[in-house]
Design a protein around this ligand. Structure first.
Ligand code: RAM
Length: 340
C-alpha cells in the first residue's frame, strides 16, 4: 500500500522532526506565550474515527511540547457542540480544532472564540469559512466522490440499477460535499448512466439510527443494488445489517470506513472495498497547524507555506484549506496491514 505522505506505516523508522521554538508572537486566548494549550472538538466522542485522529493530535502535542485534550458531545449535532466551544473559550485555550456537525450553527460561538484571540482550525468537516482560520481537508472532495461512485459501480454486476447513500447527519459539511461530488459524477460520466441514486438516508453517525436506516432502505427499495456509506459509523452498521439479513453479496456496499471496523466484512465479502485516508496524520496535521497559528509562525493566509513536522511541507490554498492527501482504498489483500 502507498500513502502519499508520511504515515504511521510509510514512515516507520523515520525521524520525527521537532519544530523547535518557532519565532513569532504568541496567539491564543489567555495562554502564556510559550503555551500550546490545544483542544480537539470532534463531531462526537463515541466515534472511534475521532480517537484515531486524536492519537495524531497527541503525537504532535508531544513533539511540540504542547498539551492536548479532546472534549465533545456524545450526539453528533451542532447544538451539542456549542456549549463545548463556549467552555473552551472561557477556559482560554490557545486553539480549538473542530470537526463541524453543522458549519453554520457553530459559527457564532467559534467567532466569539476567535475574537478572544483563540485560533480555530477545522479538521475533517469544516465550519463556515469565516468561523475558522484554516481547514485541514483530509482528501480532495471531488476525488472522494468520484472514487465512491467508481467503487460501487465495480461491485454491481453490469454497473446498473438502484443505489442509495447512507450518510451521517444531514448538516455535516464533509458528507454533504462528498454526496454532491457523487451526484455530479453520476450525472456527468456516461459510464454510470445505468446507476440510479434513489435515496440519501441519514444515520446521524449513530450506530442504531444507521442500522434502522439501512433496514428501511432494504425494505423500501427491494431492487436496491448498492449502498455507498461515506461515514465510518454508517458503513459498519450497514455491513452488519446486510450480513444479518442475508443480503451480503447481493447488495453491494462501499464507502468510507476504518480497517478495524470493516476487516470482518471485507474478509467475508460483505464489502469488497472501501476508502479512507490516514486519520492519525489528519489529527497530527491539524494540531501542528493550530500550533503554528498560536505561535504566529503562520497567520492562516492563502499562499502561506509551512512545514508540519514528520509530514513535511504544506501550502494554504485560496480558500484557507490545507490538503492532507489522497484517499486510500482498502481491500482484502491489504486490510491486515492496517490497524486503526
Ligand atoms: C465518520 C464521520 C467523519 C467522517 C468519517 C469518514 O467517522 O462522519 O466526519 O470523516 O466518518
Amino acid at each position: 500500500m502507498r500513502w502519499r505522505r508520511g504515515s504511521q506505516f510509510a514512515t516507520a523508522g523515520m525521524a520525527i522532526l521537532v519544530l523547535a521554538a518557532c519565532g513569532g508572537s504568541a496567539g491564543g486566548g489567555g495562554a502564556s506565550p510559550a503555551t500550546l494549550n490545544i483542544a480537539f472538538l470532534p463531531k462526537a466522542v463515541n466515534n472511534p474515527y475521532f480517537d484515531v485522529a486524536a492519537s495524531g493530535g497527541q503525537e504532535a502535542a508531544t513533539a511540540l511540547s504542547g498539551t492536548f485534550k479532546q472534549v465533545g458531545p456524545s450526539e453528533a449535532t451542532g447544538a451539542a457542540q456549542i456549549p463545548f466551544i463556549q467552555t473552551l473559550t472561557s477556559q482560554n485555550v490557545s486553539a480549538i480544532v473542530v470537526s463541524a456537525d453543522d458549519p453554520d450553527a457553530i459559527a457564532p460561538a467559534l467567532k466569539q472564540a476567535m475574537q478572544k484571540g483563540i485560533k480555530v482550525v477545522g479538521y475533517d468537516s469544516s465550519p463556515a469559512k469565516d468561523a475558522r482560520n484554516v481547514f485541514i481537508n483530509q482528501a480532495d472532495t471531488k476525488a472522494i466522490g468520484v472514487s465512491q461512485v467508481a467503487m460501487v459501480c465495480d461491485e454491481i454486476s453490469g454497473c446498473a440499477g438502484e443505489i442509495a447513500v447512507l450518510s451521517a447527519t444531514s448538516t455535516a459539511t464533509n458528507q454533504n460535499a462528498w454526496i454532491q461530488a457523487m451526484k455530479d459524477e453520476l450525472a456527468s460520466n456516461s459510464k454510470y448512466s445505468g446507476l440510479k441514486l434513489v435515496k440519501v438516508a441519514y444515520g446521524n453517525d449513530d450506530p442504531q439510527v444507521s442500522t434502522t436506516e439501512t433496514q428501511a432502505l432494504l425494505t423500501s427499495y427491494p431492487n436496491l443494488k448498492g449502498i455507498i456509506s461515506p461515514t465510518t459509523v454508517g458503513i459498519s452498521a450497514a455491513a452488519q445489517v446486510l450480513e444479518q439479513t442475508g443480503k451480503a453479496g447481493k447488495v453491494a456496499l462501499t464507502g468510507l470506513g476504518t480497517p478495524n471496523l470493516m476487516r470482518k466484512y471485507v474478509k467475508d465479502g460483505t464489502c469488497k472495498e472501501f476508502a479512507l485516508w490516514n486519520v492519525k496524520d489528519l489529527g497530527y496535521l491539524a494540531y501542528y497547524t493550530a500550533a503554528l497559528l498560536v505561535k504566529g509562525t503562520i497567520k492562516g493566509n492563502p499562499g502561506e507555506k509551512f512545514t508540519a513536522g514528520r509530514l513535511g511541507d504544506y501550502t494554504i490554498d485560496p480558500n484557507g484549506v490545507v490538503l492532507l492527501g489522497p484517499p486510500f482504498v482498502f481491500k482484502a489483500d491489504n486490510i491486515d496491514q492496517l490497524n486503526f
